[in-house]
Design a protein around this ligand. Structure first.
Ligand code: DC
Length: 216
């Protein structure tokens, strides 16, 4: 079984993906990680984020091992890393270079310990439209900007990251704009996606809705 979950940042995709992966013995691919890895590598090399060719070279050389290594860096999920990921993810050459790696994962999905999984839950922006258009179930998970910014702000506070709600909201709006206005694979629901607005739902309520969809 292949499930895709697309939607804007902090809409609840990751939590839902992890819950579904556990319940249905599926591997989980957080596809934002590939763009975060390329963006962070650009930052670490002091490369100009406007240099599409440089970003393409990094994307072409990216491996799972390298991506996992970069994921432990403090800036992988910080505002610096998020901004860099959002910029490089708009480049068609970068998206093309990272597509096969994402698609190939479904051919032989494995858990972190190397054991075989019975399918994949993908989470990202274009997993139902581009990465896996033949998925068994496509979800588009969204929530209001204010609710998403509050969730992200609370996460930062919990991690001890100093910021303000207004900064989190304005960064998020800038990223949403870049993600949905780019020419290649913009953020949008797949034609046959089920749209879930999580603004007024907690994680358990969202999961229950999807369980009943799948079991139907
Ligand atoms: O989901 P995330 O916040 O970790 O994603 C990081 C960036 O990568 C975000 O700006 C959108 C982009 N992205 C994308 O363009 N396509 C995907 N499938 C996943 C993420």
């Amino acid at each position: 079984m292949i499930i895709t979950i697309d939607g804007p940042a902090a809409a609840g995709k990751g939590t839902l993906a992890a819950t579904l992966a556990k319940r249905y013995h599926l591997a989980y691919f957080d596809t934002g990680m590939v763009y975060r890895a390329v963006g962070l590598q650009m930052v670490l090399e002091n490369s100009d984020l406007n240099d599409e060719n440089k970003a393409e070279t990094i994307a072409k050389n990216l491996t799972f091992v390298k991506m996992m290594e970069l994921s432990h860096h403090k800036d992988f999920r910080s505002d610096v890393g998020s901004r860099a990921a959002s910029i490089v993810s708009a480049y068609p050459k970068v998206r093309a270079a990272l597509l096969k790696m994402q698609q190939d994962f479904a051919l032989n999905p494995t858990f972190a310990d190397g054991s075989a999984a019975q399918g994949v839950v993908y989470d990202g922006r274009d997993t139902g439209t581009v990465v896996c258009p033949k998925a068994d179930l496509k979800l588009f998970v969204t929530a209001s900007s204010e609710v998403r910014a509050k969730r992200r702000f609370d996460e930062f506070v919990q991690k001890g990251i100093v910021t303000t709600y207004d900064k989190v909201l304005s960064d998020m709006l800038a990223r949403d704009k870049r993600d949905s206005e780019r020419a290649t694979a913009p953020l949008k629901p797949a034609e046959n996606a089920v749209i879930l607005d999580t603004s007024l739902l907690n994680a358990d309520e969202v999961a229950e809705k999807v369980f009943s969809l799948i079991e139907k």
